[in-house]
Design a protein around this ligand. Sequence first.
Ligand code: BGC
Length: 255
Amino acid sequence: MQLNHQVALITGAGQGIGQAIALKLAEQGADIALNVRSDDERAQAVRVAIEACGRRCEVLVADVSSVVAVRAMVAQAAAAFPRIDILVNNAGIERRAGFLEVEEADYDQVLNTNLKGPFFLTQAFAAHCRRAGHPGKVINISSVHEELPFPNFSPYCMSKGGLKMLMRNLAIELAPLGITVNNVAPGAIRTPINSKLLDDPAQVSRLETQIPLRRLGLPSDVAGLVAFLASDDAGYITGTTYVVDGGLLWNYAEQ
Ligand code: BGC
């Protein structure tokens, strides 16, 4: 298996894309530090599924928007496992509001979860790798909206655009430590972040006509790419975004 003897810390891993990544990396042989916001039944079900693959799983409760919490989480993971090899910054939120209506609290929550969280968690992870003298892999789950405007989601787009530049900067800055940094940019995926959209069949079919592959993506469509980027086969890849969107981002046609 590709990820034998590796340990992966995955944020927001209780549901959606994070959960699919946790299961995929476990299937590939990795032990999992599973970050969730609360250790509920859902989190325990993911733990059980990971253990059913014969892998270890530690559930780590932390709100990634808190710097104190992410530092404590890396210390906890480093104490529970021999070392952490892979960090997947997946946790993310969005709030719909027109620009004139955006409230400060929503702006802060989105930016703090989607951008400040990965910033300080990656900092703690890189310090851990440097201390332990081993290389590492950072994979950020970004979005097509690190490039593509999304009206009514300005803070979300800013957070993903920021994540793109954080990734590019860190690919250079962390290369001397043997740490690679890449982004995965999903398009429209069937996950809880999209629950409003998924509850509206008419909106779903309108969106499907804009996607060249004519369907929304599944969390598993994203997880396979993350497993590859976490593997030795991706050892020479750093500083790049991989889009997983069924062709949505660059779709343009004159009817
Ligand atoms: C957003 C979804 C949106 C998708 C495609 C994702 O990053 O979280 O709400 O449907 O991009 O626009």
